[in-house]
Ligand binder design. Structure first.
Ligand SMILES: Nc1nc2c(ncn2[C@@H]2O[C@H](COP(=O)(O)OP(=O)(O)OP(=O)(O)O)[C@@H](O)[C@H]2O)c(=O)[nH]1
Ligand SMILES: [Mg+2]
Ligand SMILES: [Zn+2]
Length: 306
């Protein structure tokens, strides 16, 4: 039987059978673990798999016997400097990164790290400024972030489960596609999914605990099927994304607005730090590239790719 992985807890993979709503907990054969020795998980949410069903009718379980080829996958380093990777999700049409300027504060460094990750794996990334009932255009930090990413050309949604702002627009955007929903703990990922489809009731953080950090209400990534079409993968609030070990010169390519300048740098493998005749540095100096973005570029380069 063929199905899609909707959730994994480490030892069990939950597989939704094609053309059915049945979900069967499955295990993975050892050989897949060996084949993917540098990842902590051999299969992930979004993978299409073939399963062999065991157990009795009441308590069906299965074994994953085959993994179908992936369209794409987003991985992160399991630890900041380690050599092992965790597959976050596969077969995505895009990613939605949820940002709250406040409650909780989302640092711009976090936003840029996730964008790099998605761009590097060729997954289209869109931004959601959520809890927009809590701020307006007079908010300085919101304005700074909004203007930077809007100017670069990222698609931006402004949403709130209190005022319903942006909810219909987002529903239409997700229709018939599969999206990963990412963002820090407490930004409201699970709450938003509950709002997109009232038949879904994911556990969310208690209102009284609203602004406490690091609670991690959602503990495993899980795919949810929306009633009017489209799937969305809820994820636990990841504090830091360990960026995979790319070559240094590659990083600039994941900053979209650097691209027109990169080809004008004197050296092919320019890392845009202190090389002579670097067109990216000139663009930062002339204001064509935002200095905050460039600062985050340098941080990632020095912290993750050294
Ligand atoms: N004011 C306001 N609060 C919201 C909104 N959306 C969610 N919240 C609140 O934000 C808190 C956190 O929501 P969750 O949905 O649990 O956050 P999460 O991103 O899933 O968190 P983790 O599962 O820990 O990663 C809850 O108290 C929600 O009620 C919103 O649009 N406006
Ligand atoms: Mg959650
Ligand atoms: Zn350069």
């Amino acid at each position: 039987m063929k199905g899609i992985i909707t959730k994994s807890t480490g030892s069990w993979y939950y597989v939704k059978i094609d053309n059915s709503s049945e979900i069967i907990p499955c295990r993975v054969r050892g050989k897949f673990r060996l084949q993917n020795y540098n990842t902590t998980n051999p299969v992930a949410v979004g993978d299409y798999v073939e399963i062999f069903v065991e157990g009795n009718k009441k308590e069906k379980t299965g074994i994953i016997t085959n993994i179908y080829d992936r369209k794409n996958a987003i991985l992160r380093r399991a630890t900041k400097s380690g050599a092992t990777y965790q597959i976050i999700a596969t077969n995505l049409d895009g990613a939605l990164l949820m940002i709250t300027p406040h409650h909780p504060y989302t640092p711009m460094g976090f936003v840029d790290r996730f964008i790099v990750l998605a761009e590097a794996y060729n997954v289209d990334v869109n931004l959601i400024f959520h809890k927009c009932d809590l701020y307006n255009e007079n908010d300085e930090y919101f304005n700074t972030l909004y203007n930077i990413y809007n100017q670069i050309g990222y698609k931006i949604f402004l949403t709130s489960i209190i005022t319903n702002n942006g909810i219909e627009e987002l529903k239409n955007y997700i229709k018939d596609k599969t999206f990963l929903l990412a963002g820090q703990s407490g930004v409201g990922k699970s709450s938003l999914i509950n709002k997109l489809d009232s038949s879904i009731q994911i556990k969310t953080q208690e209102l009284s605990d609203k602004y406490k950090k690091g609670r991690h209400t959602t503990t495993f990534a899980e795919m949810h099927f929306l009633c009017n079409g489209g799937d969305i993968i809820d994820t636990p609030g990841i504090k830091e994304f360990g960026i995979p070990k790319f070559e240094k010169w590659e990083l600039g390519h994941w900053f979209r607005e650097f691209k027109p300048f990169i080809s004008k740098c004197k050296y092919n493998n320019c890392t845009h730090v202190n090389e002579p005749e670097c067109a990216v540095i000139s663009a930062v100096e002339s204001g064509a590239i935002n200095p905050l973005r460039y600062k985050n570029y340098l941080n990632i380069l020095l912290e993750d790719l050294n």
